[in-house]
Design a protein around this ligand. Structure first.
Ligand SMILES: *Cc1c(COP(=O)(O)O)cnc(C)c1O
Length: 192
């Protein structure tokens, strides 16, 4: 949370054209925190893709949520948005699609489905960076997007990651979760 981190956050906001950036020590912890920050009902179902790194379903189950796997598109290897509707049940709370090898998911269809069924959307964007769709940054789709800065990714800090999101109300929530609720020397916020 020092000067260099603040500077990196500012640069990332500009580069990724997003209103909010929260830095993390890696992408997996960032994704774990993203799901936690949305307060999804315990045990609810999260529709995701099987074609991803193990961290994606782990972040779902570690939050006591249930991963429900949706098949992928043969061309882009991203979640097949046309198949998501069939997997939605009264227990579905969110969709966690993954942008694969730089190919963005069908964000437009996913946005439509999320609106229609009031579902939250968290993107695993570990494989993308400055991608834009119709002039809109990849980091502005859904509720939250995770980027990984691991040494094997497009932009790297050896280890690292971040969350980007549009909703300013998430700033404090994510800050508390990331920093053990510590606001200052006297104040430790309660968080579950
Ligand atoms: C690398 C990766 C992660 C985890 O990111 P780390 O920064 O290594 O923790 C999560 N999801 C996908 C798809 C990845 O490729």
């Amino acid at each position: 949370m020092g000067k260099k981190h603040k500077q990196l956050e500012m640069c990332l906001k500009e580069e990724l054209k997003v209103p909010n950036v929260s830095l993390f020590n890696n992408g997996a912890i960032a994704l774990l925190t993203a799901l936690k920050a949305l307060d999804l009902p315990l045990g609810s179902e999260v529709i995701t893709t099987p074609f991803t790194f193990a961290a994606t379903p782990h972040c779902i189950s570690w939050n006591n949520l249930k991963p429900v796997f949706c098949d992928i598109e043969p061309e882009t290897m991203t979640i097949d948005a046309k198949r998501i509707r069939k997997l939605i049940t009264p227990n579905t709370s969110a969709i966690l699609p993954v942008h694969v090898y730089g190919f963005p998911c069908d964000v437009v269809t996913i946005e439509e489905i999320a609106k229609e069924y009031s579902l939250r959307v968290v993107y695993d964007g570990a494989h993308v960076f400055s991608t834009e769709i119709n002039g809109r940054s990849i980091g502005t789709f859904g509720d939250i997007t995770m980027f990984s800065f691991h040494a094997t990714k497009l932009f790297n800090t050896a280890e690292g990651g971040c969350l980007t999101y549009n909703d300013n109300r998430l700033v404090d929530k994510i800050y508390n979760l990331r920093n053990f609720g510590i606001r200052n020397e006297d104040q430790v916020a309660e968080d579950r």
